[in-house]
Write a protein that binds this ligand. Structure first.
Ligand SMILES: Nc1ncnc2c1ncn2[C@@H]1O[C@H](COP(=O)(O)OP(=O)(O)OP(=O)(O)O)[C@@H](O)[C@H]1O
Ligand SMILES: [Mg+2]
Length: 254
């Protein structure tokens, strides 16, 4: 099982959108067995697949606390071949509990839990929150590849260097983790976005996928209808872009 973490310290850059579309495409187009791991207390990807439950301790918290994916924590989505470990605001409490626990190791909890199901899936796609909390460090320790969705507007390139440095630091705990690449999302042509893209492609030192994802004006409507952009509007530019990105990703093995 390859563990792919979708991470950016910036919020609202398309992490959840990218994680969901990758999971669907891996299962539906590439016949892969996929586990989505919702590592964000907002539970957005759990909501998208109708598996959000604000009342019960979610699978991600159970995994973080127990180091196990106990029976019942892995839920079926409506998509054949795609299962999901859900999350909700209980994660905040779990993070505090883990931080307070000085007795046992803090950082390899997801790694231990995911190793239990490694034979059952080809990919685990982890959707992360926009921070570097203990659960995100746990995700990176369990990860083979990091994909960083980036927007080219405003301050959205801030934080990239910190994230790259953090991933490098975590190599002490997980030597195999690497940043596979950055994916430019929600792209709109402007003077600023052109300059930002040139910087990203020539100066950031990171691999930048050739394919970018165009802005899709009805993306919020798709979210409200609990559909990915690719399911909501097969022919729109962003859906086509994601399709091509997946081809690039699968071809490069990155
Ligand atoms: N290509 C796009 N064009 C226009 N809007 C988009 C595009 N991709 C995502 N969005 C919208 O941008 C918003 C943020 O996207 P998303 O939730 O995927 O970001 P995120 O990085 O996961 O955010 P957070 O940091 O809060 O978890 C959503 O409303 C989503 O529908
Ligand atoms: Mg998100």
């Amino acid at each position: 099982m390859k563990v792919v973490s979708i991470i950016n310290l910036k919020g609202g850059v398309g992490k959840t959108t990218t994680a969901a579309i990758m999971a669907e495409a891996l299962a539906e187009k590439y016949q892969k067995r996929v586990l989505i791991f919702d590592n964000d207390k907002q539970g957005n990807i759990s909501r998208l697949f109708d598996l959000y439950n604000g009342e019960a301790v979610p699978g991600a918290c159970i995994a973080l606390k127990s180091r196990h994916l106990v029976p019942g924590t892995i839920k079926k989505t409506g998509i054949p071949g795609v299962d999901l470990v859900n999350n909700n605001y209980f994660m905040e409490l779990s993070e505090n509990e883990i931080r307070a626990d000085q007795e046992t190791k803090q950082h390899d909890r997801y790694k231990a839990a995911l190793e239990e199901v490694a034979g059952q899936y080809d990919f685990c796609i982890m959707d992360n929150p926009p921070d570097l909390g203990i659960n995100v460090i746990n995700a990176i320790v369990a990860t083979d590849e990091v994909i960083i969705p980036v927007n080219l507007d405003g301050y959205s390139l801030d934080g990239l260097e910190e994230l790259a440095a953090q991933v490098k630091n975590i190599r002490v705990l997980n030597p195999k983790v690497r940043i596979a690449g950055c994916l430019v999302t929600d792209f709109e042509k402007s003077k600023y976005s052109e300059a930002a893209e040139i910087w990203l492609r020539t100066k950031s030192g990171l691999h930048i996928y050739t394919q970018r994802i165009r802005h899709y004006k009805k993306a919020k409507d798709a979210t409200i209808e609990k559909k990915t952009i690719t399911k909501y509007c097969i022919r729109c530019g962003a859906a086509q872009d994601y399709k091509k990105f997946m081809e690039e990703y699968m071809k490069g093995g990155k």
